[in-house]
Design a protein around this ligand. Structure first.
Ligand code: CAA
Length: 257
């Protein structure tokens, strides 16, 4: 891996992926996105991993898709390369992913953070979809996920003006989980991941899938999907263990079965 660093056991059952093109503010070129897809696929298969934290560095989570790599492309080049197909595979990661964001999360960087399941931000984080300023528009889910997260009026403003949103505003509007001082954002994300990793991995997978359905379906279908996954939990040993442990007033020992 050239552009990302992977620690599969940063904490117990928690993997850490760091985007690592610091000079280019972690601009997301095709190779980096391919590496990220491969790493997530591997971690998704790794039984020791129950949650993943995705981070950049203090100055930038990621400043967007690599403009230099895209600048000379035609529409047909873009269509045939279909670079965002990689993102579909990232979206399909079954384990919970928490973005730890500091500094710039712009364009594809904001979209990547929103593709994760939760976002912890440092107080220096800036979120934005500034593609309009370079004559294009968001292409990796920004118009959809931002609108669902913060509502039409604010999303429209960000997409049409390219203006950035501070971490404090992003928290107020429900785009992110919380803001912490810059020296704590990674630790806070790792702690949150550790908390998730203590739960039943079976239940976490089914629950993540069901929450995501809220974005993809009408209420009726979403409720039906949730109910089916809830019933499915009862096919797992973790359900029996979790409920017994509660009744016996002890900590559960989840096995992911
Ligand atoms: N692609 C390629 N290179 C980038 C980049 C990007 N998205 N963002 C920053 N860089 C590079 C800069 O070109 C610069 O490289 P050089 O030192 O070789 O010149 C280096 O990173 C540092 O950047 P700056 O000197 O510009 O740093 P700054 O502090 O002055 O500004 C910034 C920071 C405001 C984030 C500015 O870099 C910027 O506006 N970046 C582009 C943001 C953007 O438009 N993102 C959307 C991209 S399109 C997209 O993402 C489509 C999609 O939907 C997936």
């Amino acid at each position: 891996m050239e552009f990302i660093l992977v620690d599969p056991q940063a904490r117990q059952h928690v993997a850490l992926i760091r985007l690592n093109r610091p000079k280019e503010l972690n601009a997301l070129n095709l190779q980096l996105m391919g590496e990220l897809r491969d790493a997530l696929r591997q971690l998704d298969e790794d039984e020791q991993v129950r949650a993943v934290v995705l981070t950049g560095n203090e100055r930038a989570f990621a400043a967007g898709a690599d403009i230099k790599q895209m600048a000379g492309k035609t529409a047909i080049d873009m269509l045939l390369a279909d670079q965002f197909a990689t993102w579909d595979q990232i979206r399909k990661t079954r384990k919970p992913i928490i973005a730890a964001v500091s500094g710039f999360a712009l364009g594809g960087g904001c979209e990547l953070a929103m593709t994760c399941d939760m976002i912890i931000a440092s107080e220096t984080a800036l979120f934005g979809q500034p593609e309009i300023k370079i004559g294009v528009m968001p292409g990796a889910g920004g118009t959809q996920r931002l609108t669902r997260a913060i509502g039409k009026a604010k999303a429209m403003e960000m997409v049409l003006t390219g203006r950035f949103m501070t971490a404090a505003e992003a928290e107020k509007r429900g785009l992110i989980n919380r803001v912490v001082p810059v020296e704590l954002y990674l630790e806070e994300a790792l702690k949150l991941a550790e908390e998730v990793a203590q739960m039943s991995p079976v239940a976490a997978r089914l629950a993540k899938e069901a929450v995501n359905r809220a974005f993809e379906t009408q209420l009726d279908e979403g409720l039906h999907f949730e109910r089916k996954n809830f019933y499915l939990c009862f096919a797992s040993d973790d359900q029996a263990e979790g409920m017994s442990a509660f009744i016996e007033k002890r900590k559960p020992r989840f096995k992911g079965r």
